[in-house]
Design a protein around this ligand. Structure first.
Ligand code: C2E
Ligand code: CA
Ligand code: CA
Length: 757
């Protein structure tokens, strides 16, 4: 019996030693706590073994008491381990102190018990002829030891139970295994006590538990948990994951694959695709690969990004293949949308300016030997159109033009919207037909012109030859071509040529000299007489001239537009107005008080000076009659920025100035405008009546304008009258005042005075 027990204990001790050795290899606090617990368990086991094996009564007494003491310490060590393992409660210092103190007291009592036998007595028991020593049944005196030991048991059990209950089901086994074994230990212990058996049966369960703690806490369960967690993670991934073994058999695919391809036999399909792909791409020697491809999946085009990895073991031997497939369809589509948004015009869906430039550059670069025509189109007075008919109608115009461009351009043409009413187009020489483009502009004109507005579209053409030239510059040249025909009603097309650029440059140069010229009084007025039907001169229009020291006498055509753009025109205008007022003052002094002078006011003046203040200031400074100064304003002035300008006009008129609409009918032909605006006279330019073939119609229109003006008690001045015939006809339709080369060209002031006064 002793031999069998000795053998059993030796095996158990050896097993615990191995477990301690294994645990020591693991780093970390938990492993450390387990080690301590195992060492204590080992000591307990050894002491317990001694108590059975020894034949000496004294040593048996020592061993039995020591065993009881060891149980206290082992339970305490176990508590430390459980505390670390469960991580739900930190036992505070006081509790720790109390436990330690209680164990120490218990140990002292047990030590005393060796000699005094106060707690329990060790009695000899004969089993199969051999004498063993064991504690006689615990007496009430051993209550303290029981209290200490079972408190520790209870603490251990509570921690494990609470943790097992609190933790998600998924993790519960981890704690249940330890808890179950511990319960068995306790049950066995209680049973042994109750049965009064020689051998404490709990020691075997204790041994099993001790053996289980390390692997379960450190290896099996964590590893299983890790596997399961990984599996959950893989299934939860938005990516599809496939694993293949060396034979190409699909050994794993995650849930995402299953949900995405529920309608097919995934394993078979995956294996087939894998085999084909593997062979096609000769993957034997490739470690990893990443690519994105378009695939038809379930009737929908999908953009799939795949990452391939060869799986290797620790010795770098291939053990399988691994794919992560990400559905990038949404990103690709978002990118497309975003790309479309930044490259296309929102309203028309054509390329926007930047992308148009980019595309033009690309086409030119790709076809260096071909000739291309770069076209820019511009709708004359589009802003006015918007104001007259509302933005929705304006959009309609633009949409129609965009549509026409789509219909009339060839596949290789590039076209886009450059700014509000400006479109650009790049056409290869062989597809460039003027007729087609004229047709296109006529279609638009016919669709949108009406009695209030005659739509006019200009097309500027630049022949792109120099590949180095920035596209923006090419467009600017096409725009220059447009500028050269603006205001001409029978012309649609203009080609850029270098002289236009020279003209612009020379204009800009002039503008640069403008302020100095003002200081040096190089500006002056020329007067062109205005005559009545019976031929008497009643006044004159003041037209500015620049007596340039190098270039000679310059007409406004060579600098007005550029000065307007640079915001300097108002300075010249103010100078010219003062010249005119000064002349009126002189005329007043020689009793020519009926003669008037008409001055020109540009729209840009409104934005730079207070016109009312300036003109009233001049009238008051020179003490002249305001009715002798007539003000010529362009049609556009009466429409843009409405209210402020209207108020200003009214103020000027109330003060006593006469207001004329210059170049009436040239732009927006708004007869309606006359009803709303308080103006005194209309100036109609004969040049626009001369153009085009429909002369009779023009005269009919003129007739109705004059009739309407009369009804509204407005005067009509016809300017640009060049022939006797025109004069007679104007007289016939009821025009009362004329200006034009037929009577006299604009002339210096003294010449005017010499001739007419
Ligand atoms: P506008 O106000 O329409 O002036 C009439 C223009 O027609 C003048 O050109 C005049 O010389 C020209 N003209 C007069 N009779 C005839 C004719 O029978 N046949 C032809 N073909 N032309 C005729 P000009 O002096 O070159 O002025 C051009 C434009 O410059 C003016 O057109 C006006 O818009 C602007 N301008 C002239 N002086 C001033 C000024 O002091 N201030 C501002 N802001 N603009 C001015
Ligand atoms: Ca004028
Ligand atoms: Ca005019």
């Amino acid at each position: 019996m002793r031999i069998i027990l000795g053998f059993l204990f030796t095996i158990m001790i050896a097993a615990i030693c191995v477990s301690i050795y294994q645990t020591k290899k693991v780093k970390g606090r938990l492993a450390q706590k387990i080690s301590v617990f195992l060492i204590m368990a080992l000591i307990t086991l050894i002491v317990n073994a001694i108590s059975y094996i020894t034949t000496s009564y004294f040593w048996a007494v020592v061993a039995v008491n020591a065993y009881c003491a060891c149980i206290d310490w082992t339970l305490l060590c176990m508590l430390h381990y459980v505390e670390e393992y469960t991580q739900i409660l930190k036992i505070n210092r006081t509790v720790r102190g109390i436990l330690f103190g209680a164990i120490m007291v218990d140990n002292l009592i047990l030590a005393g018990n060796i000699f005094l036998n106060l707690v329990f007595k060790v009695d000899p028991v004969v089993v199969e002829g051999e004498v063993f020593y064991t504690a006689a049944a615990y007496q009430s005196k051993s209550l303290f030891h029981i209290l200490v030991a079972y408190s520790l048991v209870a603490l251990n059990a509570i921690l494990l139970i609470v943790k097992a209950m609190k933790t998600p089901r998924f993790y519960r086994t981890q704690y249940f295994v330890i808890l179950s074994l511990f319960t068995l230990v306790v049950v066995a212990c209680v049973a042994s006590l109750a049965m009064g058996s020689l051998i404490d049966l709990s020691v075997f369960f204790y041994f099993i538990m001790a053996l289980a703690v390390s692997p379960f806490s450190l290896y099996f369960i964590p590893r299983k948990l890790a596997d399961r967690t990984m599996n959950f993670a893989l299934n939860d991934m938005s990516e599809m994951v496939f694993c293949f073994d060396l034979q190409g058999s699909c050994v794993y695919f995650n849930k995402r694959v299953a949900t995405d391809f529920e309608y097919i036999d995934i394993k078979a399909a995956a294996e087939q695709s894998f085999a084909e792909w593997f062979a096609q791409n000769q993957m034997e020697n490739k470690e990893n690969l990443q690519w994105i491809e378009k695939k038809l999946v379930g009737g929908k085009v999908r953009h799939l990004e795949s990452v391939y990895h060869k799986l290797t073991d620790g010795r770098n031997e291939c053990i399988g293949y691994f794919f992560v497939v990400t559905d990038r369809t949404e990103e690709v589509e978002n990118y497309r949308k975003e790309h479309y948004r930044v490259t296309h015009d929102e309203l028309t869906g054509l390329y926007n300016k930047e992308y148009f430039f980019e595309q033009v550059e690309q086409v030119l670069k790709n076809n260096p030997d071909k000739t291309y025509y770069l076209l820019c189109t511009n709708i004359y007075g589009f802003k006015i159109y918007n104001e007259l008919f509302g933005e929705a109608s304006g959009d309609e115009v633009l949409l129609t033009q965009a549509d026409l461009m789509r219909k009339t351009t060839g596949i290789s043409d590039v076209y886009g919207r450059l700014s509000e009413d400006e479109f650009g187009m790049l056409v290869a020489e062989e597809f460039f037909f003027e007729d087609k483009i004229i047709q296109h502009t006529l279609t638009l004109r016919n669709e949108f012109s009406n009695s209030l507005y005659s739509m006019h579209i200009y097309v500027g053409v630049y022949v792109a030859k120099n590949l180095e030239e920035p596209v923006e510059q090419m467009c600017n040249k096409a725009r220059l071509a447009i500028d050269s025909i603006k205001g001409k009603y029978d012309t649609v097309f203009a080609y850029f040529d270098e002289s236009l650029l020279e003209k612009t440059l020379s204009e800009q140069k002039l503008v640069g000299q403008l302020e100095k010229a003002l200081d040096e009084e190089q500006f002056c007025i020329y007067l062109q007489p205005q005559v009545t039907a019976d031929g008497t001169v009643v006044g004159a229009e003041a037209l500015m001239r620049w007596q340039h020291p190098e270039r000679g006498l310059l007409s406004p055509g060579s600098f007005v537009a550029a000065s307007e753009h640079t915001g300097l025109l108002w300075k010249v205008d103010r100078y010219i107005w003062e010249e005119a007022v000064r002349r009126l003052k002189i005329w007043q002094s020689i009793q020519k008080t009926d003669w008037y002078i008409s001055v020109n006011i540009s729209l840009s003046d409104f934005f730079h000076i207070d016109i009312y203040e300036t003109l009233v200031g001049l009238v008051e400074k020179y003490k002249i009659e305001p009715r002798n100064l007539k003000l010529e304003l362009g049609e556009s002035m009466l429409m843009q920025e409405h209210q402020e300008q209207m108020d200003m006009l009214l103020k000027l008129r109330n003060y006593g100035f006469e207001i004329l609409i210059d170049d009436f009918g040239s732009g927006y032909s708004s007869l309606n405008m006359l009803k709303d605006n308080n103006v005194d006279a209309l100036k109609i330019d004969m040049k626009f009546l001369q153009g085009g073939g429909k002369k009779e119609r023009s005269w009919a229109i003129l007739q109705s304008i004059i009739d309407l003006a009369k009804e509204l008690e407005m005067q009509v001045v016809a300017e640009g009258v060049e022939t006797e015939e025109q004069m007679q006809r104007l007289k016939a339709v009821g025009c009362s005042c004329y200006q034009g080369y037929y009577f006299a060209k604009p002339m210096p002031v003294d010449e005017f005075e010499y001739q007419y006064m």
